[in-house]
Structure formats: C-alpha cells, structure tokens
Design a protein around this ligand. Structure first.
Ligand code: HEC
Ligand code: HEC
Length: 413
C-alpha cells in the first residue's frame, strides 16, 4: 500500500479552486449550442475552454496503480469501503443491491393481479381515443422509457416533459418529476385522465373495462368483486408497475454481490470518483442512487419557451422553483435522452456537472424577483479531466441491466 502513497497524494491535492466565472461563461456558451434536443451534447468548444482549469492527468502507469489500490479497498464488504465525500447536513444512504418491494397493505400483490395489471397496462382501449396504452410510452426494450426527448401524447401533441423510466418506481417516495402523486395508484388515475396523456374520464375507463367479459371475470377472481371500479383498475396497474424492478443483472450489482472482477479498472476509478471528488453521492445515493429529494440543476429556462417551474407547481414554495426529483441512475445508459427536459446524453450531463451546471442569469429588473430560480448549492465546478470523465461514464454504464422484453399479453374481449 505504501508504494501507492504518492499516487493517492497526487489525487488528493487536485480538488482546488479555479476560475469559476470563466467556467460559467463556458457553460453559457455551451448551452446555446446544446438546446437542439437531438444533438449530442459533448461540445468541443466547451471542453477546450475549460480544459486549463482541469486537474492534470496521471500517467498510464499511475492510473493503473490507482486502480489496483482501489481494487484492494473496494474488494472488502461495503461497510469497509472508503466513506463518500459529502457536504455537511446531506442525508445519505449507502449503495447496495435493490431490495424487496413493500406492497401497500390495502393492495397486496399476487400473480393473477400482476397479470391483470399487465393486460390493462397494454390495453389501448383505456385511453380516450382508444389507442394509447401505458406501454406506448414505457417500453421494456427502451429501459421502460420511450427513447424520445418528449413523448407524443393524446392527439400526437408533444408532452412538456421527458418520459422517465418506470423501473423501480415501486420504491419512489413520490411519483412524477415534480412529485405530484404520492402513490402509484394515484399516478395511474392521473395519467388515465390527463388530457395530454390518455385523456379519458374515470367513468369512461370503468365503462370500457366493464364491457369486456374477460376483465369482469378476472376482476372477480382477483378482488372478489362483481363491480368494476376505477380503484380496482388503478390497483391492478399499480401492482404490475411494482413488479418492474432491478433484477441484479448489472455489472455493478455483480460487483456488489462479491464478483471482484465485474468492474474494469476504469469503472472502478469511476465508482470512486462518483463517491468522492465528483460529488455525485451528495444527491445520488442508496441502492437506487437517488436521495428521493428535489433539486434545481439550473434547467428551468425561466421566462423562456421551455420554462418549467417543477416542484414549485406542487408546493407553491419559492424555494422549490426549478426543483425536480433526483432520478435513480439505474439503467441510465438505456433511458436516454435524460433529465425532465430530454435534452442530454450521459456525457453531456457529465460535462455540465463538471462545469458546476448553469447559473441563472439575472436580467435587469429581476433582482427582487422572489421566484428567480436558484441553482442547488451542492453543485460546484469539479475540474475533472478527460480521463476522469471517461471513468465516471464507464461507471455509470455498469448500472445497465440485462435487456428485457415485455411481450404484449393476449387482451380479453
Ligand atoms: C404519452 C406517453 C405516456 C403514457 C401513455 C404514459 N406515460 Fe407514464 N410518464 C410519461 C411522462 C412524460 C412522465 C413524466 C411526467 C411528469 O413527471 O410530469 C411519466 C411518468 C410516469 C411514472 C413516474 C416515474 C417517476 O420517476 O416519477 C410512472 C410510474 C408512469 N409514468 C407509469 C405509467 C403508467 C402506469 C401509465 C398508464 C396508465 C403511463 N405511465 C402512461 C409518459 C407517459
Ligand atoms: C444537487 C443534487 C445532484 C448532484 C450533486 C448530482 N445530481 Fe444528477 N441529478 C439530480 C437531479 C435533480 C436530476 C434531474 C434534473 C432535472 O430533470 O431537471 C439529475 C439527473 C441526472 C442524470 C440524468 C438521469 C435521467 O434519468 O434523466 C444523470 C445521468 C445524473 N444526474 C448523474 C449525476 C452524476 C454522474 C453526478 C456527479 C457528477 C450527479 N448526477 C450529481 C441531482 C443531482
């Protein structure tokens, strides 16, 4: 261990101050270029501008040495891993394998209920126009999202936000980017009746399902009730959603389960960066890599076309302007494009974080505006170099799980 000491010291002294305003200028320039949703956000101009603020690279041999030190310290049990670097007061949970789902007391799961929920999930007859189902936008193959920047909703109008994955939604304390639903049952009714999404009324959904003999029989079997209600429909679909959870198939899960060579040297350095100098664990912690909190990354577009005030729309609190739910990072390599805006890919996100994200520009007259969005104080320029960013990206890709297909079930008549 002693012979690696110089490497560790070198790694330690680099987290130092730099020309923050220059970086911020760089980001403004870059944002101008990356508004185009379909363009990869790894923008060369920006990388060039801030490169001189980045911590120097080690040599190839030093990076190898570093990885071998890290392999030693991370091969023990997770309790013995180096502690993450966190700011004061940050709530944090250690990383780990995703556990068992806790089903609500008034909606226990069963094989039959999951199957019924799955049929309803795939059934376009539940929507106002009779064509759109949950599975139109949450597609197993595409990481349970839809691969679009913004989905097309009812009548092919574009929705305001990117479709998040529904993998592990069973564990979310609040649902939607702004947390406006508390439970999955509530979410299902909200989506079915949202005029931009499935655009139906509860009465109409019930009437449609009531008319289908196969559903009437299954609902009787599962719930013991002759009457079809919006509650049993919501409970069934919610139970199906709760069955869509991480399956331990990612390389990172294999590493957590004790397979020491499941991570390459680069991925291992990325894991360590994620926990330390890259500051990610201040918000992305626990088995799902989210604090389940709401933060403002500066993607508010205040006063502009894409303005979205996020959590503020739910709470009415000025401090919540521009805050969005911290997403889980599991499967993040497959759920692009990213964030509520659908504007970024993984490398684009890393470049933005490296620059400390975007500061809100205060225009004349806005100095006293109580709703002026404030970027989260946990975001700071990171000064990571290209190798660091490669390593971090490599680590994020170890969270990718086995590709799953969800075959369309036979729908009852
Ligand atoms: C037209 C596309 C579309 C359809 C159809 C759709 N969703 Fe979504 N889903 C979205 C979008 C967009 C969001 C994010 C909306 C927001 O946060 O404001 C979302 C959010 C969610 C979330 C929350 C994820 C999170 O991290 O908070 C779950 C769970 C979900 N949908 C399940 C469903 C179910 C179940 C159905 C069918 C009843 C459904 N969706 C139908 C697009 C769709
Ligand atoms: C201040 C809290 C915070 C910190 C620190 C933070 N994140 Fe995030 N992250 C968020 C929030 C909140 C979002 C969603 C933002 C939005 O949609 O507006 C997000 C989104 C993401 C996404 C997009 C995920 C998706 O499914 O859309 C990735 C990837 C990501 N973060 C990775 C990282 C990495 C890597 C780090 C460390 C370099 C990091 N984050 C640090 C809070 C944070």
């Amino acid at each position: 261990m002693l012979k690696y000491l110089p490497v560790l010291i070198v790694m330690g002294v680099f987290g130092v101050a730099a020309l923050e305003s220059q970086v911020a200028d760089g980001v403004r320039g870059v944002l101008a270029k990356i508004r185009d949703p379909f363009r990869s956000t790894t923008v060369d101009g920006f990388v060039g501008e801030s490169r001189r603020d980045r911590r120097p690279k080690l040599t190839g041999a030093e990076y190898e040495e570093l990885a071998s030190v890290l392999r030693d310290v991370y091969s023990g049990s997770i309790e013995a891993w180096p502690k993450p670097q966190l700011d004061e007061g940050v709530l944090f949970e250690e990383m780990g394998l995703v556990g068992e789902v806790d089903h609500p007391k008034d909606n226990p799961t069963s094989r039959e209920k999951v199957l019924l929920g799955k049929r309803l999930f795939f059934d376009g007859r539940l929507s106002g126009m009779g064509q759109m189902s949950c599975a139109s936008c949450h597609i197993a193959d595409l990481g349970w999202a839809d691969g679009r920047a913004r989905s097309l909703g009812h009548g092919a109008g574009q929705l305001a936000r990117n479709t998040p994955t529904m993998l592990n939604s069973a564990f979310s304390k609040k649902q939607f980017w702004d947390g406006r639903a508390e439970t999955l049952e509530e979410l299902v009714v909200a989506v079915l009746t949202n005029p931009d999404e499935m655009s139906n009324s509860p009465e109409q959904v019930v009437e449609t399902v009531q008319k289908i003999k196969g559903y009437r029989e299954q609902i009787k079997d599962v719930f013991g009730e002759d009457k079809v209600t919006i509650e049993v429909i919501a409970k069934s679909i919610a139970t199906y959603v709760r069955s869509v959870v991480s399956d331990g198939s990612s390389q990172f899960d294999k590493f957590l389960a004790g397979k020491q060579d499941a991570l390459s040297d680069s991925e291992l350095r990325g894991l360590h960066l994620f926990r330390t100098d890259a500051r990610c664990m201040n918000c992305h912690s626990g088995p799902l890599l989210t604090d389940q909190g709401f933060h403002n990354l500066g993607l508010v577009y205040y006063g502009r076309k894409y303005e979205d005030l996020g959590r503020y729309n739910v709470t009415g609190e000025a401090e919540d302007v521009g805050r969005f739910k911290t997403p889980s990072l599991r499967n993040v390599g497959r759920t692009m494009p990213l964030t509520h805006t659908g504007f970024f890919d993984v490398r684009g996100m890393l470049n933005m974080y490296n620059a400390g994200m975007v500061d809100q520009k205060v225009k004349p007259g806005q100095e006293e505006d109580p709703l002026l969005p404030m970027k989260d104080v946990l975001l700071k320029p990171l000064h990571l170099n290209d190798q660091d960013l490669d390593d971090l990206e490599a680590f994020l890709r170890t969270l990718t799980e086995r590709r799953r297909r969800d075959m369309m079930p036979v729908l009852p008549e």
